[in-house]
Design a protein around this ligand. Structure first.
Ligand code: SAH
Ligand code: SF4
Ligand code: F3S
Length: 473
């Protein structure tokens, strides 16, 4: 579907939602930290608050409600929240002097992990709300406006997705031609370094019909590319009602085949996956489904079997490499991406070298790498032989140098070839538009090369640090 043909009527308008916000609408500013699931959740909170009369703003100074959607994955991520809250406290005090109220809320994984402690440390905070309870936001705000401080971190029995309103059509269009869609939340894997099973709870899969309906709404509004999200997305196993009234369970591969039938949806992706949940059907989808982009984020964390065991990853380096062989046989042009942790407790120089070896063997197109950060309450934090910070620094530098080189070589290998590009948005410089390659790289083209939402064929002329430059093929 061409974006230009879209009319401005709303989609998914729940009964009672105001069609037009009055000029005096309250304003909400949301700052998002962490992973794509938080990006998706922030959008859904924006939609829930729109139904409650709040318009979104990018200017914190004019906000009546400030929400920080936080991440707890590493210590630095969590600490950032408190320094931001310090700045917000001052802003709130200034606003109070001017006779205007500014409510402050903390959402996301720090909210879930630290709960009431946040209000003790930062009394400017009015509400703390965990990721499973966002559908209660309007209700919670009503109570906060009545003078209460609220901490809402119980795992809700109702399904948040069933209760959160869908975005309006105009809002989907504003957000662009690519969209996130959370299909699965939580994680049962309990890697010993990770807080996610504690902050997001155990695995929950959304049912097929709910996901298909949401994807159809996105496609109707002009979205061309959908990325399915889950902390452990390939563990998704959703219910589907058959015509005969029975219930079947589907895996992610089957879901991808179903979503590929939706008119207008040209590209599908999913992230983040665990190596143990790559089943045959999902690998077959990579082979048989042109809409499924040839790019896979499949974190391995370490190349040392000893460390993988201590991390409770429940696979070896050899298992991972054998799995990649099967995936590459199914889809030879697939590009791989990964996550790595250096300096997990007990990691020796030899363990680290095993990680470097694995990286050399795989040849990643992109990757994220981190120094191990002990997280309170996780088994890793209690393990002996923590690695000194300076050693972690050195290893991270060596690993990143190798990964950056591989990423650049991957970009260079595309120079001269013709590829599909989805035009996404205007470029930073006049006269340019930015598209997205099948492998997730930004592709810079002349603005006349195509309209936003078009998928065009371009020839790569050169590479930038993280992007590709191209001309019409
Ligand atoms: N669900 C995803 C990852 C979620 S967190 C998966 O299973 O792969 C994203 C990445 O952060 C992880 O892959 C890991 O590399 C990193 N990470 C998680 N906990 C960490 C910690 N305590 N210290 C450093 N990095 C961590
Ligand atoms: Fe964390 Fe991912 Fe391991 Fe789950 S699978 S515990 S989210 S790293
Ligand atoms: Fe961070 Fe929570 Fe995502 S801890 S990485 S925001 S699941």
């Amino acid at each position: 579907m061409d974006l230009n043909t879209i009319e401005s009527d709303d989609i998914g308008t729940a009964a009672g939602q105001p069609a037009v916000l009055s000029p005096a609408a309250k304003k909400v500013f949301i700052k998002t930290y962490g992973c794509q699931m938080n990006v998706y959740d922030s959008q859904r909170m924006t939609d829930a608050l729109a139904a409650d009369g709040y318009a979104a703003t990018d200017a914190i100074g004019e906000a009546d409600l400030v929400l920080l959607n936080t991440c707890h994955i590493r210590e630095k991520a969590a600490e950032k929240v408190y320094s931001e809250l310090g700045r917000i406290r001052d802003m709130k005090a200034e606003r109070a002097l001017a006779g205007r109220e500014m409510l402050v809320g903390v959402a996301g994984c720090v909210a879930q992990a630290e709960g009431a402690e946040i209000i003790r440390r930062s009394p400017a905070v009015d509400l703390v709300i965990g990721p499973q309870t966002y559908h209660r936001l309007p209700d919670v705000l009503a109570r906060v406006r009545g003078g209460e401080k609220i901490v809402e971190t119980d795992y809700a029995i109702e399904d948040k997705f069933e209760h959160l309103p869908q975005p309006k059509r105009a809002e989907v269009i504003k957000r662009g031609v690519t969209a996130f869609l959370t299909v699965q939340e939580g994680c049962d894997k309990f890697c010993t370094f990770c807080v996610v099973p504690y902050t997001r709870g155990s695995e929950v899969s959304r049912p097929v019909a709910q996901i298909v309906a949401e994807a159809e709404r996105l496609a109707e509004a002009g979205v061309r590319e959908v990325t399915l999200l889950g902390q452990n997305v390939n563990a998704w196993h959703g219910r589907s009602e058959t015509k005969g009234g029975r219930t079947e369970e589907w895996g992610l591969g089957r879901l991808l085949f179903r979503l590929a039938e939706i008119p207008g949806l040209a590209r599908l992706r999913y992230t983040t996956s665990h190596p143990r949940d790559m089943d045959d059907e999902l690998i077959a989808a990579h082979r048989d489904l042109p809409a499924l982009m040839p790019y896979l984020h499949l974190p391995v964390q370490s190349g040392s079997d000893r460390i993988l065991k201590a991390m409770n990853r429940r696979h070896t380096a050899k298992d991972y490499l054998a799995l990649l062989d099967r995936i590459r046989t199914a889809r030879p042009d697939i590009a791989l991406s990964g996550d790595f942790i250096v300096g997990f407790p007990g990691e020796t120089e030899a363990d680290f070298e095993a990680t470097m070896d694995l990286v050399r063997q795989v040849n990643y197109a992109s990757a994220f790498s981190f120094k191990y950060s002990p997280r309170p309450g996780t088994p890793g934090a209690e393990m002996p032989d923590h690695v000194p910070e300076t050693v972690k620094d050195g290893r991270l530098q060596r690993l990143q140098a190798l990964l950056v080189k591989q990423q650049q070589d991957f970009g260079l290998s595309l120079v001269g070839s013709t590829i599909d590009t989805l035009i996404e948005k205007p470029g930073r410089q006049a006269g340019q538009k930015v598209g997205r390659s099948p492998w997730l790289q930004p592709v810079i083209v002349d603005e006349k090369a195509g309209e936003i939402g078009d998928i065009i064929q371009v020839r790569i002329t050169k590479t930038g640090y993280n992007s590709l430059f191209a001309e019409l093929a």
